[in-house]
Design a protein around this ligand. Structure first.
Ligand SMILES: [Zn+2]
Length: 257
């Protein structure tokens, strides 16, 4: 997947030479390893971050740091395969990645969050600290926020979990890893205030902690999904991917302006 944009594939001499060529810009993919229903792999959030980062980097001429495969996922610990790290660990880890890259001359950072919404709070802390302590320019790119207008055009419902949005994207990017015939719908109930979807027209806190009991109910209803994965399609996933890559390139251009 665009092998030449990944930092880990380059020698140190190549990295040195690519820093000015990239206009000192690097994408840091941050995802999660957590259950994604019976139909998507536990690495989904990191995989979609990698797919977006590598495509956007190839088009914008920037580099991608090795991905962070772990995020804050305590709400998914009810099912095996989930690995969660503490928020303070996430903040310190991503800050040290940014600090290391800054030490070598990178000045512009895109923190690309595949663990939609849930990692954002902690990445905001990283960005603020990197700006204050290092003078780095940091932006956060989150697919849920960057596709607010797009999802409705596909007839998709609200942001949930392992729903038609992630199902479509994974189906397009990693067709060998999806098992859509195993998917079970678990439609959203009429949304209360404090909805998780940033496109919800009412109030939205964008992250509403789930108790173990609430997650157990989602597991019992649909094996861990929230939403309607039966609406997923690889074609929709391709259009969603294109929309997000265009947005990512635009964000990088603005960061470099
Ligand atoms: Zn996900």
């Amino acid at each position: 997947m665009h092998d030449g944009v990944w930092l880990q594939n380059l020698t140190w001499e190549e990295v040195r030479d690519r820093i000015p060529a990239s206009r000192e810009t690097v994408i840091v993919p941050v995802g999660s390893t957590e259950q994604h229903g019976p139909h998507l792999p536990v690495g989904t959030d990191t995989m979609v971050a990698n797919a977006l980062a590598s495509a956007g980097a190839a088009e914008a001429g920037v580099l991608v740091a090795p991905p962070l495969w772990f995020g804050w996922s305590p709400h998914h610990m009810v099912l095996p395969g989930t690995i969660t790290i503490r928020p303070e660990v996430l903040v310190e880890l991503v800050f040290d990645v940014v600090g290391s890259l800054h030490h070598h001359g990178f000045r512009r950072f895109v923190l690309l969050n595949g663990h939609r919404i849930v990692n954002v709070t902690w990445l905001q802390i990283v960005g603020e600290r990197a700006k204050r302590e290092l003078g780095a320019r940091v932006v956060i790119f989150d697919p849920a926020f960057m596709s607010k207008e797009f999802a409705a055009s596909e007839g998709w419902g609200a942001v949930g979990h392992a729903e038609e949005i992630e199902g479509s994207h994974m189906w397009h990017c990693y067709p060998d890893l999806v098992k859509m015939d195993r998917a079970v719908d678990n439609p959203h109930r009429s949304p209360p205030l404090y909805h998780v979807d940033p496109a919800y027209p009412g109030d939205t806190l964008c992250y509403v902690p789930s108790t173990a009991a609430e997650m157990r109910a989602a597991v019992d209803a649909a094996g861990g999904a929230t939403g309607e994965p039966s609406k997923a399609s690889p074609e929709g996933g391709a259009r969603y991917h294109r929309h997000l890559v265009d947005r990512l390139v635009a964000v990088i251009r603005a960061l470099q302006a």
